[in-house]
Design a protein around this ligand. Structure first.
Ligand code: 5GP
Ligand code: MG
Ligand code: MG
Length: 183
């Protein structure tokens, strides 16, 4: 269904577009109920969370704001460095805000545990996390993630915003990247 050269780079589709959308709708119902009557600030982590943010935001039927951050932790490789650097900061003052970080995937957890602390230190009223994917077997630090889409095996996946060397973000599904691509 993708171009032949892309199909050759994928081992298997792990989660389909339809499954992703159904899950985001389910999470959105919980989020709406939890934040009833409060303006929520969705913080998207560029670039991987672009698709999650776009689809989750459109599922939510209450008031939301959106802002974006870019942090580096991976470069072009497949392993987290644990060193997080802000490449683009928020435009929004977080004082008193209810913040929900919209993330694509939690692997080691290093990026998100750092990010949560960073946002909390700016005086937010609350900071919670919504991550579409989580790899429980890869966790190096425990991160309390209130909204999780799918727990997946400890394999490198691409699609739906997730890249390898900036490719594959445009795939509608999430698929396991064939090892020949990165080894
Ligand atoms: P962590 O700090 O939790 O190890 O990973 C943070 C970031 O690494 C994620 O937000 C994501 O951008 C990237 N990452 C982690 N696992 C994967 C994966 O399986 N595939 C892709 N494409 N990126 C990943
Ligand atoms: Mg990310
Ligand atoms: Mg990446």
């Amino acid at each position: 269904m993708y171009a032949r050269e892309i199909e050759a780079d994928l081992t298997e589709v792990l989660v389909t577009e339809a499954e992703i959308h159904a899950k985001l709708a389910e999470l959105a119902r919980r989020i709406e109920a939890d934040y009833d009557g409060r303006d929520l600030l969705l913080v998207g982590v560029l670039k991987g969370a672009v698709m999650v943010m776009a689809d989750l935001a459109r599922e939510l039927r209450n008031h939301i704001n959106m802002d974006w951050m870019a942090v580096s932790s991976y470069g072009a490789g497949t392993k987290s460095s644990g060193v997080v650097k802000i490449l683009k900061d928020l435009d929004t003052d977080l004082t008193g805000r209810d913040v929900l970080i919209a993330e694509d995937i939690i692997d080691s957890g290093l990026t998100l545990s750092w990010l949560r602390e960073n946002l909390e230190s700016r005086g937010a009223a609350s900071v919670e996390i919504c991550a579409l994917f989580r790899k429980p077997d890869a966790a190096k630090v425990e991160v309390d993630v209130k909204y999780v889409g799918f727990d997946i095996p400890n394999q490198f996946v691409v699609g739906y915003g997730l890249d390898f060397a900036e490719r594959y973000r445009n795939l509608r599904d999430v698929a396991i990247l064939a090892p020949h691509v990165y080894s």
